[in-house]
Design a protein around this ligand. Structure first.
Ligand code: NI
Length: 173
């Protein structure tokens, strides 16, 4: 798994209410999830599309980031400093997320992947208005807002879905 860069989309926020802003964050996550569901429908779960990575490794990877993001947002809401599980580097965290779930079945990891997203969405909805736009400590260190965290992880999932879709269709030719 190579290191990836993910850019936050730069959409105008205008005069949205905080509730609308939260809805927009949830929408970004749901769109990315739809793209991944579409990919999983056509993906052979035994196919190794990145070195050592089959569908379950990818979903473990995404679930690991949702877990980290949800804990950061919950800590922020609770007035605590978020943990930095990825402070030793994105690659180290990726490897850990995948390794800790290696023994689990694909079906089990799918459940964890769905649950982690539900928890991330719940953490967004539970954020009080006054801290929604207040920067918090990110899982890899540095500061960012909830909107930036969501944009990073929504585009992360979507980019993986698109990349693997392109990859399996190239192999079909
Ligand atoms: Ni990734």
């Amino acid at each position: 798994m190579r290191r990836r860069t993910h850019e936050a989309p730069n959409e105008p926020e205008g005069d949205l209410t905080l509730t609308e802003k939260k809805e927009r964050l949830i929408q970004q996550l749901d769109q990315a999830r739809q793209a991944m569901h579409a990919l999983l429908e056509e993906l052979d779960t035994q196919m190794e599309f990145y070195p050592g990575w089959r569908a379950k490794h990818l979903l473990a990877h995404i679930a690991g980031w949702d877990d980290a993001a949800a804990s950061s947002l919950r800590a922020h809401t609770g007035g605590k400093e978020p943990a930095t599980p990825a402070v030793q580097g994105i690659d180290v965290y990726n490897a850990e997320s995948v390794a800790t779930r290696e023994a689990l079945s694909y079906k089990h990891i799918v459940q964890e992947w769905e649950l982690a997203r539900e928890q991330l969405k719940a953490a967004i909805l539970e954020m009080p208005d006054d801290i929604l736009e207040k920067p918090l400590l990110l899982p890899w260190g540095g500061m960012g807002t909830a909107a930036q965290i969501v944009a990073i992880f929504a585009s992360h999932e979507k980019e993986h879905a698109e990349e693997i879709h392109a990859l399996i269709h190239r192999l079909d030719d």
